[in-house]
Design a protein around this ligand. Structure first.
Ligand code: CAA
Length: 259
């Protein structure tokens, strides 16, 4: 991968989008690298959580690459949207939890990428927005869908129609991010949360993610059945036996084994 750096700390992977000269803008090469990142992380059974951030101090991701998009035909535009959507959907459906550590501009495709992650933490310097209508296009990597689901249609429509950016405190207020940190503390906070998640039983954590994501896509009657099946799937695992056994024996559980 040329434009994505991958580091591992215990059971946590930290991926950094690394195209700082273009504020980490997403061109086809970066999208291909993100696709490869997901394959690499999914293939590693020792990774229990992923933190995704941007290189440099200025941007998480400043959007899809405007230079690359500027000359596209209608058909090519649709294909470029599909390319981004496919990768982002792949990120969203990764079995392990993902945390976007938004370290600066998260505009257009950058805001959309953060929304494909399970959790968004940001620096106090972060700026979010969907500036696409100001460029003559719609958000194209899931923004019209995920923003409305995340913060509600009223506020999503205001942000998208107006193309106005919002700062970190406003992003927190509307529920786009879970927490804001001083810029220099963001990565430590994201890694700490990822490590906390990674300490819990990985099979159970993955089942929670699947239950929440898949349950939100169906009606409640179907959703509770999804939960029941995933709840059941945790039983008879070594980690379930250890977790409950430790509680009953009034001791701390041994580190979970992902079994
Ligand atoms: N695409 C391509 N290049 C980009 C880029 C983008 N989205 N964002 C920044 N860059 C490049 C700039 O062209 C510039 O390159 P050069 O040095 O070669 O000129 C470099 O990154 C640094 O950017 P600026 O000089 O503009 O930095 P700044 O601090 O003055 O401004 C900014 C920062 C406000 C983020 C500004 O760069 C900006 O507005 N960027 C575009 C943001 C945007 O509109 N994003 C949405 C794209 S559309 C989209 O994402 C569609 C979709 O949903 C799929």
């Amino acid at each position: 991968m040329t434009h994505v750096l991958l580091e591992k700390k215990d059971h946590v992977a930290i991926a950094t989008i690394n195209r700082p000269k273009a504020l980490n803008a997403l061109n086809s090469e970066v999208l291909a690298d993100l696709n490869e990142l997901v394959d690499t992380v999914n293939a590693d059974s020792e990774i229990y959580a992923l933190v995704l951030t941007g290189s440099g101090e200025k941007a998480f991701v400043a959007g899809a690459d405007i230079g690359e998009m500027s000359t596209l035909t209608k058909a090519e535009g649709e294909a470029f949207g599909k390319k981004g959507n496919d990768v982002f959907r792949k990120i969203e459906t990764m079995p392990i939890p993902t945390i976007a550590a938004v370290n600066g501009f998260a505009l257009g495709g950058g805001c959309e990428l953060s929304m494909a992650c399970d959790i968004r933490l940001c620096a106090d310097t972060a700026v979010f927005g969907q500036p696409e209508t100001g460029l003559g296009i719609t958000p194209g990597f899931g923004g019209t869908q995920r923003l409305a689901r995340l913060i509600g249609p009223g506020m999503a429509k205001q942000l998208i129609y107006s193309a106005k950016n919002i700062k970190a405190d406003e992003a927190l207020r509307v529920g786009l991010v879970n927490a804001v940190y001083p810029a220099e503390e963001l990565m430590a906070a994201a890694e700490k949360l990822a490590a906390t998640i990674a300490k819990n039983a990985p099979i159970a954590v993955r089942a929670c993610k699947k239950a929440i994501n898949e349950g939100l896509e169906v009606g409640m009657d179907e959703a509770v059945v999804i939960e029941e099946k995933l709840f059941g799937s945790c039983f008879e695992t070594a980690d379930q036996k250890e977790g409950m056994g430790a509680f009953l024996e009034k001791r701390k559980h041994e580190p979970y084994q992902n079994k």
